[in-house]
Every structure is written in structure tokens, then in C-alpha cells.
Write a protein that binds this ligand. Structure first.
Ligand SMILES: Cc1cc2nc3c(=O)[nH]c(=O)nc-3n(C[C@H](O)[C@H](O)[C@H](O)COP(=O)(O)OP(=O)(O)OC[C@H]3O[C@@H](n4cnc5c(N)ncnc54)[C@H](O)[C@@H]3O)c2cc1C
Length: 677
């Protein structure tokens, strides 16, 4: 605690050093013409250092935070404030970065935070960012519409104890489907969601606001080893509220593997087709709302030129309200309301059948009595005038854990259940990204984030392989993901950005990482790529992206990786690829990222290597079920939402059978809620 107090705020000297670091990353450079004032504007001209200071001071881990403060002291001691030129300041950053792996990660983090704020943070008055002009990024195109919240979310007004048949932890892709399926069978269902309820009236089309309100730990968060940047939804509806509506059915070879090697009976046959079909139908998946933006069009052309397999992606969108301009902001919440996310489908169904939804209420522990589930303890975001939070206890003989693959294992570990495999087998679909620059504006910020798919390499080796897709335009993320070599070089790259398109290579990983608990009882993910097959597929993914850009007409290509070379038309492509694939796939090399976390409480027959049995119930604790992506026996190899939902529906059937609730039933009378201290 004392350490926290001494290192929480930056001192005067550290603030001055931080400002110098920010201005080294984004210096004012004299350049004519400079119609947007972009070249002449330094980071501190925009107040970027204040944002970075806030980010550093807000880092919850005191060790990480004080590490960055010490790094600022070290940069100060190297004389950055007295350095005579931009070149010498850049050299100081480089020297410190090369002095050791921790310093290297720290310098990279400071550069990343500076770029993230400089290109992502909107001005409080205008809602715009001055740097967006040079990107020709329009920023928000419409204010949040007036849209009533259609779900009735219960807010505890004090400590509460609730009786239910089933308590579901997490309202995302998996939890919402189980809630609907079980409520429709007449069971009393309570859903606890740690995060808030946001709908169209809250969606401002702003990256930072979305991260703060609706993303796990406030936006892209590195694994403990710094190797992979993680993004996950944390809001009512979970990932479905902010995801990109790419709907892909589970691949046959994955279904066979899960049935054959992991004991998931029926996965490879019509029984699972039934679940996939039901999910497809409820989400209204359609192929009529998949307009291609510039980079996606270039991918299509690249595939055609190379003779590679290309598909337009099907999406869970209502064609009547679909608007490609609005769809561009999908990852910040969908203002048009056309996305058929969990709140508009499964959670609405659950509520129509009497389920109680409690948002801002974080499960801390699964209660176990006599070796089986007895309920869940949770803490509500509600506070009394003295700042005391409310405790919510749900007494239920069945608990469904669906808090996402980063939080579900943490909940089990805190509860002392799940067995030795809990938290192991973290799969991430690690992604690389490669940027190509074309002859004209690509308007990459327009249209659905993912409408194009190259699946030529989806099964290159025993069911493992990769997909090439695109990602949503997010200016802060773009600024920070663009490699920084020097202040001038980075500015130059950003002036070219509007002509560019980014592809991602999404790898079906065979190797895995883990989630363990840190000293505060919070989940700490770690992941490094060591499996030879995965390394081969990551390399193949980089090569495929480069070849697609080249065939699509790019004149310049750069992988988003530290120390990456740049290819210009006329250069030897094969030699460039040979160099690009050799860059390490970890911190300091490729900026790996993951929006798909899976497998940390996986299903399988063996209690030593899996957490839940092939129906979804814990091996070691009857009445506790797993129903999110953490139940996947291996990674799915496709964007996982459809598979998560279909598998959750299968698990819900098993829970209903276990509870003797096999047929649709009338809505039950309102449950009793005890309010106390
Ligand atoms: C930016 C982005 C884009 C994506 N695009 C696509 C796409 O186009 N197609 C696709 O198939 N997939 C996509 N995904 C992935 C997909 O959305 C996720 O894989 C999916 O939502 C995971 O489902 P889940 O049920 O495992 O967990 P989630 O949907 O993440 O739900 C878990 C919920 O549990 C809550 N929770 C956590 N801890 C607790 C606790 N202790 N108590 C109570 N509640 C808790 C969380 O707040 C969260 O709301 C995307 C993901 C992201 C981040």
C-alpha cells in the first residue's frame, strides 16, 4: 500500500522527462507545405503528455507502474532534457531501450502510449483529434441517437440474496445463449454481468470512450510477458456488443477433432448442425450486408490474381437498418442498431421468459457446499453514500461460468475448483498484421470491419492453418501499431496512412499459454509462441499477406513489427519475404494481437488435462458448468462467436436435462429477493 502511495503520481521531474519523451516520439518538424499543421505539431502541443501520465498513473499493478516511473528517472539521468537535438534525444531512447529486455519493453510501452493518445484521443471540446485530418479519417459521423434501453436491468439497492435455479456468470456470446435456452425451459435464471449496460444511445463512435466503457481492462492489454495484445468485450452482451459481426460456422475438421479426440459426442454430426442452424437463424446471419471497403477490395483482387480462395463474410446484421457508413464503427458499439448482438437477441429472449439480468455485478466466487454448486458471491457496482459496495449472493444449485476465457479461469481459481487444468490451454488465434500502401485513398475507415476473407490456408497441416482478414479502423491503435523508428519517419508513415490497408493473419494455434492468478487474485494471462507448427503458420500468414498486397497492387509493404523492412515495387519480393518472416513473433518483433481468447476451462474426458467433462460440467464440482469460449477443447480456427453460441446451446441442453427441464414451460412467478445489510 505504501509503495502504491509513493509511486502513484509522477513528480515534477518525471513529468518534465515524460513531456520530453512524448516530444521525441512526436516532434515538431519544419516542413513545407504543412496544410494541416501536422508536421509542425509536437505531442505536447496537443497535451499528449497529460494523457500518457494518466495512463501510467492508472496502471493497477504497482510493480509495473513504478517500473515505468523508474524508467523515466533513468531517461532523465541520461540527459534527455539537456540533449541538443532531436537526433540525440532519439538516440537516448534507443540506448535505454537496448539496455535490457525490461527497459526495452518499457520504452516500447511509452512510445506506444504516446502514439495511442496522439492519434486516438479526441479533443474534449470538439470530439475530434487534430491528427485525424492528415489521415482523412472523419471521426464520429453522428451523435448517439435517442434509443431507449429495451432490457430491464436489475440494480441492487443494497446487499441482496437471490434464490434461482441457475446463476449464469457473464452475459456474452456463451452466457446469453444459455440464459435464453434455460429461461425458455422454465428455469429461474439470474445473469450476473460484471460490466455496464450500454446501447445505441451511449455509442459515440469514439475509440477511447468505447475502450474505457466496454473493453476488458480498458482496451488493448498486453499479456504479462508483453508478447500479445489482448482485446475482449466487457459489457452487457460481452464481446457481441463490440465485435465485428463476422459469422463463420465451425470447420468440419475441428468438429471431428473435438468429437474424436476430446469426447464431445455428436459434435461431428447432425446434432451439432441443429445447434449451429438455430444460432444462425436467431442471429439472422445474412450475406446481404457485406460491402467491401478499399483494403477488402484489394484483398479480393489479390486473391483473384493469385488464384486463391476468397469469400465475402456473412454477418449477424438486420438488412433493414444496415448502413455501411455506420458499420465502420462496429467495434465502438453499433449506433444503427442493426447488429444482432446478444442484448438484442438472446438476452431479450431470456428476459421475456423471466430471467433477471444484473449488470455492474462482478462474481468473486462460486459457492460450493457438500462438493456441489450452491451459488455465487458477487459485488455490485452500487455504492452507498459511505462508498460501501453491495454484496449480492445468488443461491442456486446450478452455476454456469461464462465470464470469457480470461476471467472464467480466474473465477474458478479464486473458488478453488476446476482441477489442475484450470487456466491452462489458453488459445489466442495470434494475429500478425501487414500494411500495404496503394496509389489512391483506400477509405479503410468505411464499411463493415470484416467483410472479406482469404481462406486459402485454413487447413494447411492437420487442421491447423490461418485466415487472412481485415480489422476495424481505430486511429489510436493504428498510430501505436505503426512501427516507430524516429519521429520524422513515423510522421511520414502516418501521412501515407490513408492510402493504406492492413491485413491480418489469424493463426489457428496448437500451442498455448495460460491464465494464472496474480497476488491480488486477478487473472494474469501469459503466452509465447513456441510450437513449431504455429511458428510455421505465423510465417506463412505473413507471406500470404505480403503476396496479397503485392498482387492487389500495393507499391509499398511493411509488416507491423519492430525492425521490419519495407518493400517497394521493383524490390525483390522473395528476398523481402524471407527477411520479413524471420522477425521474432514476440515482444520487440511482431505486434501480435488477439481478439479471440479460448480454451482455459476446456472440455474433455480427462480431469488432468480438461476442466469440464464433454457435456460441460466440471469434473470436480457437480452443478458448475462452463459455457463460453473457455470450454473449447482446442482453438476453433475461425472467428469463434458462432461456435461459442452453438456449443453453449448444446451445454444448455445438458443442463436442462440435468435439471429435468426438457420442454418449454410457462414463465415462473417472480422470485423472492431478500434485501439486507
Ligand atoms: C474487437 C473484437 C471483434 C471481434 N469480432 C468478432 C467477429 O467478427 N466474429 C466472431 O466470431 N468473433 C469476434 N470476436 C470474438 C468474440 O466476440 C468473442 O470470442 C466472444 O464474445 C467470446 O464469448 P464468451 O462468451 O467467451 O465471452 P464474452 O463474450 O467476452 O463474455 C464474457 C462476459 O463476462 C463478463 N464477466 C467477466 N468476468 C465476470 C465476473 N467475474 N462476473 C460477472 N461477469 C463477468 C464480461 O464482462 C463479459 O461481458 C471479436 C472480439 C473482439 C474483442
Amino acid at each position: 500500500m505504501e509503495q502504491q502511495e509513493t509511486t502513484q503520481a509522477l513528480g515534477d521531474a518525471e513529468r518534465k522527462v515524460l513531456a520530453a519523451v512524448c516530444d521525441t516520439v512526436i516532434p515538431a518538424i519544419e516542413r513545407e507545405p504543412d496544410p494541416h499543421g501536422f508536421w509542425g505539431r509536437s505531442a505536447t502541443d496537443m497535451g499528449v503528455q497529460l494523457g500518457v501520465q494518466q495512463l501510467i498513473e492508472g496502471i493497477p499493478d504497482p510493480v509495473l507502474r513504478s517500473g515505468l516511473v523508474q524508467l523515466l528517472d533513468a531517461i532523465g539521468a541520461q540527459g534527455i532534457l539537456r540533449a541538443p537535438s532531436q537526433e540525440s534525444r532519439e538516440q537516448i531512447l534507443r540506448n535505454i531501450g537496448l539496455s535490457g529486455p525490461e527497459a526495452g519493453a518499457g520504452v516500447a510501452a511509452m512510445i506506444g502510449m504516446t502514439l495511442f493518445i496522439a492519434y486516438g484521443a479526441p479533443d474534449a471540446q470538439t470530439g475530434q483529434n487534430l491528427n485525424w485530418e492528415v489521415l482523412e479519417y472523419p471521426g464520429p459521423i453522428s451523435p448517439p441517437p435517442e434509443a431507449p434501453k429495451t432490457l430491464d436491468v436489475h440494480r441492487p439497492a443494497g446487499d441482496e440474496e437471490i434464490e434461482a435455479d441457475v446463476c449464469i456468470v457473464g452475459s456474452g456470446a456463451g452466457g446469453s445463449v444459455v440464459a435464453a435456452t434455460l429461461a425458455e425451459r422454465g428455469l429461474d435464471v439470474v445473469v450476473l454481468e460484471a460490466a455496464g449496460y450500454f446501447n445505441e444511445s451511449d455509442f459515440a463512435q469514439l475509440e477511447f470512450k468505447a475502450y474505457q466503457e466496454m473493453y476488458w481492462r480498458g482496451g488493448p492489454t498486453p499479456t504479462a510477458d508483453g508478447n500479445v495484445s489482448l482485446v475482449a468485450g466487457t459489457t452487457l452482451g460481452g464481446g457481441t456488443t463490440i465485435n465485428w459481426t463476422n459469422c463463420l460456422r465451425t470447420k468440419p475438421w475441428v468438429r471431428e477433432q473435438w468429437a474424436r479426440e476430446h469426447g464431445l459426442e455428436g459434435l461431428d454430426g447432425p446434432d451439432f448442425d441443429r445447434h449451429l442452424d438455430a444460432v444462425w437463424q436467431r442471429l439472422g446471419v445474412t450475406d446481404t450486408c457485406s460491402d467491401l471497403n478499399g483494403p477488402q477490395q484489394r484483398m479480393a483482387e489479390g486473391c483473384e490474381a493469385l488464384g486463391w480462395s476468397f469469400a465475402r463474410i456473412t454477418r449477424n446484421v438486420d438488412p433493414d437498418s444496415y448502413d455501411p457508413k455506420q458499420a465502420a464503427y462496429m467495434g465502438f458499439g453499433d449506433q444503427s442498431g442493426s447488429k444482432r448482438s446478444a442484448d438484442r437477441t438472446w438476452l431479450a429472449d431470456a428476459q421475456a421468459h423471466g430471467a433477471t439480468l444484473i449488470a455492474d455485478c462482478r462474481a468473486t466466487k462460486v459457492v460450493v457446499e457438500g462438493g456441489r454448486a450452491a451459488g455465487v458471491e458477487a459485488v455490485s457496482g452500487w455504492q452507498d453514500p459511505a462508498g460501501r459496495t453491495a454484496r449480492v449472493t445468488v443461491r442456486a444449485p446450478r452455476v454456469v461460468v461464462a465470464a470469457g476465457s480470461l476471467e472464467s479461469p480466474a473465477l474458478l481459481l479464486r473458488s478453488g475448483i476446476g482441477g489442475p487444468a484450470t487456466g491452462n490451454h489458453l488459445r489466442l488465434h495470434p494475429c500478425t498484421a501487414v500494411f500495404g500502401i496503394y496509389g489512391e485513398d483506400q477509405r479503410a475507415w468505411w464499411g463493415p470491419p470484416q467483410a472479406a476473407l482469404c481462406d486459402e490456408f485454413s487447413n494447411t497441416d492437420d487442421g491447423y492453418g490461418l485466415l487472412v482478414e481485415t480489422a476495424q479502423y481505430a486511429p489510436g491503435l493504428i498510430g501505436s501499431a505503426t512501427p516507430w523508428i524516429s519521429g520524422a519517419d513515423h510522421k511520414e508513415r502516418m501521412t501515407q496512412f490513408r492510402f493504406g490497408g492492413t491485413f491480418i493473419g489469424l493463426t489457428r494455434d496448437r500451442g498455448h499459454g495460460s491464465v494464472v492468478l496474480d497476488a491480488n487474485g486477478e487473472g494474469m494471462p501469459q503466452y509465447s509462441v513456441t510450437d513449431e507448427l504455429d511458428l510455421g503458420n505465423l510465417r506463412q500468414g505473413v507471406e500470404a499477406q505480403i503476396r496479397l498486397h503485392e498482387a492487389g497492387g500495393a507499391h509499398t509493404i511493411t509488416p507491423l513489427a519492430g525492425g521490419a523492412p519495407t518493400w517497394r515495387r521493383g524490390d525483390d519480393l522473395d528476398a523481402f519475404i524471407a527477411g520479413a518472416v524471420r522477425i521474432p513473433y514476440r515482444v520487440g518483433g511482431y505486434r501480435l494481437f488477439s481478439a479471440h481468447q479460448m480454451g482455459t476451462c476446456r472440455m474433455g474426458p480427462d480431469p488432468q488435462t480438461s476442466v469440464a467433462d464433454p457435456r460441460g460440467e466440471l469434473h470436480d464440482t457437480k452443478g458448475v458448468w462452463i459455457a463460453d469460449a473457455s470450454a473449447f477443447p482446442t482453438s476453433s480456427g475461425t472467428n469463434p462467436m458462432i461456435t461459442i453460441m452453438a456449443l453453449a446451446r448444446r451445454t444448455a441442453d445438458a443442463i436442462a436435462e440435468d435439471a429435468g427441464a426438457t420442454a418449454p414451460a410457462e414463465r415462473k412467478a417472480d422470485r423472492e429477493v431478500t434485501v439486507g445489510n
